[in-house]
Design a protein around this ligand. Structure first.
Ligand code: SF4
Length: 660
């Protein structure tokens, strides 16, 4: 006989977690109690009892300092409060999914809904749920009870986690016809659904199915019904002793499934017994059974090694599949873990494939158990935790960290230092910063001025550059004063422009370049000569080391217009100039920016001129001859008349040359 074990069978994640918690309490000197049997399985309960976990019916049976384990079904809020008030230590093994139902009914009550619970009123899980909505809920186990709902009522409906989903929606439809507003919360656990689905798949191959589980277990009962509904002969057994050999007569393939509260060792016992029944079968079949045994033994060994991780635990895993949006991780045991892309890295990544590859060993943090037993994991949180550990070290030792400014927020900048840290605007420099956006995308060094892992609001890591910038400036300043001398030419950066001059950063010193030292010519505003951020050469005019003052000049480094004129022009040259103003005695003509010469009235034309405006107008460009250059007096004599005569003479000479 071939024996097939359903793809999903036995302990669900919630029950396994509760058993693991209980096992940690076993064999200790304190007595531990569980409020009601820890799972709906007498054999498991007996085994735990023999190891010091005593099931009780009420709190009156617990005397402090004994400890009370809350089973996966959960308990009412009042009971937990009462236990606390009595000084009883609570070990809460409530399934996280059942806890979600507690929170759900409490919030539905708060929103003014009348609660309907689809479930069995005597089931401990339902009793617990009732205790989270002030025991003010209608518990319905059959669609016929819907008549108890008043027309127009505002109903919020939840379900016992192990109920049949089809029946739940039958009930929902009936309630919708009756009530006014209906908020449907399907709280049926996928572990139950998946076991039912696996049982249906099993029915396609098996001629007989054994459903292993306690008769008090709601999900085992539902599982049995599912199997029977497929038309395949199905029997429920609580343990191996209940197996009837007659059932297997003529059966070549038998299937096995088990409820969520059935431990693996009972499943194994059942499989062993079935194998014994087939002892006389041929070698081939025996080998198959052996294979089943081996695979079960393998599974058991894996389970033994696997301690169910709890929320927040950091565990090792191996990447078994990578998709764009998620990564599947083998974390041992029966469960698989999923890392959604957003939990892979603190940085935004396009695809999970950019970060991990199949076969890679990684550390992950358990975020939560999903309803089907898969575990939601985070790599980002482990990485962040490592980074936070390092940052804490840096903080304690006052060391410098490096990071990249990634963006600006109200009041400062965000910095990637492995985690996102906050840099307040007042700590960006050692002075006021006009535009924070200038820092985005750049790398800097920082000091951590605040580190608080437990901070829930605001950033856990706060940075500062202020002190570092001030320190760097002090070093530069010392170097500046050591090396600076009068008469040097230094490169400097224009930091700020004001009406009266320009502030120049000379690296360690910021000096004023007065407007009068900017240029030889009169200028309207310093911004017409230099712009902010520009690098220019400055001349060190004078130093006052005591007062730490440096007089700067740009003008000293550029030629004066007079120097240009002296180098460029000679007496007798005929050049172009622009009439800039007129006077009764002549016209002033600009021959170089900042240098004007005078064309005396007697040199305006080769005849007597009454008024200069009769000959030239301001703005007019004319040819003039340089009559004299007096560098000392800074005077230049010009003549239009002679320029014209020379020009005419030149024309005549050219004519004569051509005639020859
Ligand atoms: S069946 Fe689902 S809800 Fe119930 S204990 Fe198991 S995992 Fe939790």
């Amino acid at each position: 006989m071939r024996i097939i074990l359903a793809r999903q069978a036995g302990f669900c994640a919630g029950v396994k977690r509760a058993i693991d918690i209980a096992e940690k309490c076993c064999d200790q000197e304190h007595t531990f109690y569980s409020l009601g049997p820890l799972v709906n399985n007498d054999e498991v309960v007996r085994c735990l009892e023999s190891r010091g976990i005593i099931p009780i019916k009420g709190l009156e049976q617990v005397n402090p300092p004994h400890r009370l384990i809350i089973r996966s079904h959960g308990a009412s809020r009042d009971l937990l409060l009462e236990a606390q008030s009595k000084g009883i230590e609570i070990i809460d093994a409530t399934c996280p999914l059942v806890k979600q139902v507690h929170e759900l009914v409490a919030s539905l009550r708060g929103e003014g809904y009348d609660i309907v619970i689809f479930g069995d009123i005597n089931h401990p899980e339902v009793q617990g749920i009732l205790g989270w909505c002030d025991n003010n809920a209608l518990v319905i186990n059959d669609v016929k009870q819907v008549s108890q709902i008043k027309p127009g009522q505002k109903i919020g409906i939840v379900s016992q986690t192990t109920k049949d989903e089809n029946k739940f929606y039958e009930l929902v439809d009936a309630i919708k016809l009756q009530a006014g507003v209906v908020k449907v919360c399907n709280t049926i656990c996928a572990a139950t659904k998946k076991r039912q689905q696996a049982a249906r798949e099993l029915a396609q191959e098996a001629e007989l199915i054994l459903v292993i589980g306690d008769r008090k277990s709601s999900n085992t009962t539902t599982l049995l019904r599912e199997c029977q509904n497929t038309g395949v002969k199905s029997y429920q057994v609580q343990n191996a002793n209940e197996i009837e050999p007659d059932w297997f007569e003529g059966v070549s393939t038998a299937g096995i499934t088990a409820g969520a509260s059935t431990p693996d060792w009972i499943i194994k016992e059942v499989m062993d017994r079935m194998t014994l029944l087939e002892e006389n079968d041929n070698q081939e079949i025996n080998e198959e059974i052996q294979t089943n045994e081996e695979s079960f033994a393998h599974m058991e060994a894996e389970m033994a090694d696997f301690t169910t991780p709890s929320r927040g635990d950091i565990i090792n895993g191996k990447v078994i599949e990578v998709r764009d949006d998620e990564v599947m991780v083998d974390v041992g045991g029966k469960s698989e873990g999923i890392i959604p892309r957003r939990e892979l890295s603190v940085q935004d990544i396009e695809s999970a494939r950019d970060l991990v590859a199949v076969g890679e060993e990684i550390e992950v943090m358990v975020l939560k158990w999903d309803d089907d037993g898969t575990i939601l994991l985070s790599k980002k949180k482990v990485d962040s935790q490592k980074v936070m550990d390092n940052l804490e070290k840096y903080f304690n030792s006052n060391e410098v960290v490096e990071g990249t400014v990634t963006g600006s927020v109200k009041g400062g900048l965000l910095v990637d230092v492995g985690v996102v840290a906050f840099l307040p605007a007042s700590h960006v420099e050692d002075g006021y910063v006009k535009n924070l956006d200038d820092y985005i995308g750049k790398d800097y060094k920082f000091k951590i001025i605040e580190f608080n892992r437990n901070k829930r609001r605001g950033s856990q890591v706060v940075l500062s550059r202020k002190e570092l910038v001030a320190g760097e400036k002090a070093i530069l300043k010392e170097a500046f004063w050591q090396n600076i001398e009068e008469g040097q030419t230094r490169k400097g950066k224009v930091k700020r422009i004001v009406d009266y001059g320009v502030f120049i950063d000379l690296g360690g010193y910021e000096g004023l370049l007065h407007v009068s030292e900017l240029d030889h010519q009169r200028i309207d505003h310093p911004s017409s000569v230099v712009s902010e951020g520009e690098e220019i050469d400055v001349y060190i005019l004078a130093l006052d080391r005591e007062k730490e003052r440096v007089s700067l000049s740009r003008k000293q480094l550029i030629k004066s217009p007079w120097q240009v004129v002296l180098e460029k022009f000679n007496e007798g040259d005929i050049i172009e100039g622009k009439v800039v103003r007129l006077a009764p005695f002549g016209a002033f003509v600009e021959i170089e920016p900042g240098v004007d010469g005078l064309v005396h009235i007697s040199h305006l034309a080769n005849y007597r001129v009454e008024k200069p405006e009769d000959i030239v107008q301001p703005g007019q460009v004319i040819n003039v001859k340089i009559l004299s250059i007096d560098a000392e007096q800074k005077r230049i004599g010009l003549s239009i008349r002679e320029a014209a005569a020379d020009d005419e003479r030149g024309d005549i000479d050219e004519y004569l040359d051509n005639q020859e």
